[in-house]
Ligand binder design. Structure first.
Ligand code: GFB
Length: 314
């Protein structure tokens, strides 16, 4: 279908990923992007979601709507993380099928893979071992979404498929001090420490876990590429290929925010999984290469935080 003639529904368009997708689709010339605010449509409401999809009948859907959060939010609210994310996946995927949607891309997360999976983690490591306990609830919901896509495709011939990004960051993130992911959490903490003139900043855990970070614009480019592939894999990893320890990340964020004091670890806080590097070979074979390095991406995200913070949005 040509870009001019298709109607694409971006579920979750206000979130960091959804808003990056809308920017990328718009830049590509897509003219019929469908988006609806949470106040007007609650995707955990099955009937409302079905009615919306039956009325609007989009040609394609990208599912970026989710309840997300960092390690502490995942650990504290597992019931909501499982229930809400399962409901969103089930309502949107089944509703899409009922509304005759031919193509749907579901967004998951690298935490779907077993904690002890061989690194870098390839797609076929799915369901080969126990999950990381701090995000088991979120992971189970995302595995269910991926499997719904796989099984609707297998049984009904619709092109429903998934992408599993590594840890994401970029403009429009959630900067809640306890519930955010590590990058926005630390940007805020270092920024505030710099403003107050503090002599030290404390980071959670031992600082030794390794994480792979991908800028959300690189993920948006991967999604746009995937929705053009004629016969895409059922699910495909999307990572940057680089890894840093949390201590190295903290040093980079200190540099980007201009904080010059001491960085201390707090091992009483959870580390989560020790490492989750993705093997993104399949995605790279589809001619996708991430373009934004971590240092540049952090500098840009810190600037976005300062702008968003100045606008009093947090
Ligand atoms: O980003 P994050 O919360 O999630 O934490 P995960 C990454 C690492 O950073 C952990 C450490 O080892 C944390 O202990 N860390 C240090 C901090 N200081 C902080 C801080 O101030 N805030 C936060 N949040 N972390 C998430 C899952 O796991 O990965 C999600 O919980 C999702 O469900 C996401 O799957 C991709 O990488 O551990």
């Amino acid at each position: 279908m040509t870009p001019a003639s298709r109607k694409i529904y971006v579920a979750g368009h206000r979130g960091m990923v959804g808003s990056a997708l809308v920017r990328a689709l718009t830049a590509k010339g897509e003219r019929d992007i469908l988006a609806i605010d949470r106040s007007a449509l609650d995707l955990t409401d099955q009937k409302a979601t079905r009615d919306f999809l039956m009325t609007e009948k989009p040609d394609e859907i990208i599912v970026a709507a989710a309840r997300v959060g960092g390690i502490e939010a995942n650990r504290s609210f597992p019931a909501e993380f499982l229930h809400e994310n399962l409901a969103i996946a089930s309502n949107v995927i089944h509703g899409a099928f009922e509304a005759g949607v031919k193509r749907l891309l579901f967004l998951g997360s690298s935490c779907i893979y077993p904690r002890e999976a061989p690194q870098p983690i390839s797609e076929d490591a799915l369901l080969t071992g126990p999950l990381e306990p701090t995000n088991e609830a979120y992971a189970i919901a995302k595995i269910a979404g991926l499997k719904l896509c796989q099984f609707y495709r297998r049984q009904h011939g619709v092109c429903f498929h998934s992408v599993m990004p590594t840890n994401l960051y970029g403009p429009g993130d959630n900067y809640h001090p306890e519930r955010s992911h590590v990058i926005p959490g630390l940007i805020r903490r270092f920024h505030e420490a710099k403003q107050r003139g503090d002599s030290e900043v404390v980071i959670w855990g031992t600082g030794t876990p390794l994480r792979e970070f991908l800028h959300v614009e690189d993920l948006a480019a991967a999604c746009l590429r995937l929705i053009e592939v004629e016969n895409p894999p059922d699910w495909v990893n999307a990572g940057s290929g680089g890894e840093v320890t949390i201590s190295e990340l903290a040093a980079l964020i200190a540099e980007a925010t201009g904080f010059e004091g001491e960085i201390r670890t707090d091992p009483s806080k959870p580390d989560g999984t020790p490492r989750k590097a993705l093997d993104s070979g399949k995605m790279r074979a589809l001619d996708w290469t991430p373009k934004i390095g971590l240092r540049d991406g952090l500098a840009e995200t810190c600037a976005a935080y300062a702008r968003e913070h100045a606008a009093d949005r947090h």
